[in-house]
Design a protein around this ligand. Sequence first.
Ligand code: CMP
Length: 139
Amino acid sequence: MATNRTFTMIKPDAVANGHIGAIINDITSAGFKIIALKYTQLTAETAGKFYEVHAARPFYKDLVAFMSSGPIVAAILEKENAIEDFRTLIGATNPAEAAEGTIRNKYAKSIDANAVHGSDSDENAAIEGDFFFSADERF
Ligand code: CMP
């Protein structure tokens, strides 16, 4: 059953380039409610664990190094049809292919430094949200 929730991270590139406020504004303007929010930095170990599903992929090592290179903002978001609508809002993984006006089109530079993460399924949204947030950090 759909949970109407997704999980996102504003990645180190977008944080370093000063886009936290603009991205959160895009997210809330699109109708997403913030259920949980955290400004933190992943270690190589925690980034490796978060992206464990990609461990066999050739880009895994660079991805882990990049995701632990600076602070990120993690959030659980709620909206009807959250997974699909959020993926539409952020655009394609590769910013060169992201539709005009999407978050990755506006703020991302490359497939690694692609500004934001968005969960690809209800199941992964729950796993990823649990990775960062305890029950008493959700509102
Ligand atoms: P994200 O949605 O956070 O999930 C995995 C990340 O791996 C993805 O965004 C990209 O930033 C990164 N990545 C790097 N190369 C690739 C690739 N070839 N295909 C998919 N993801 C990639």
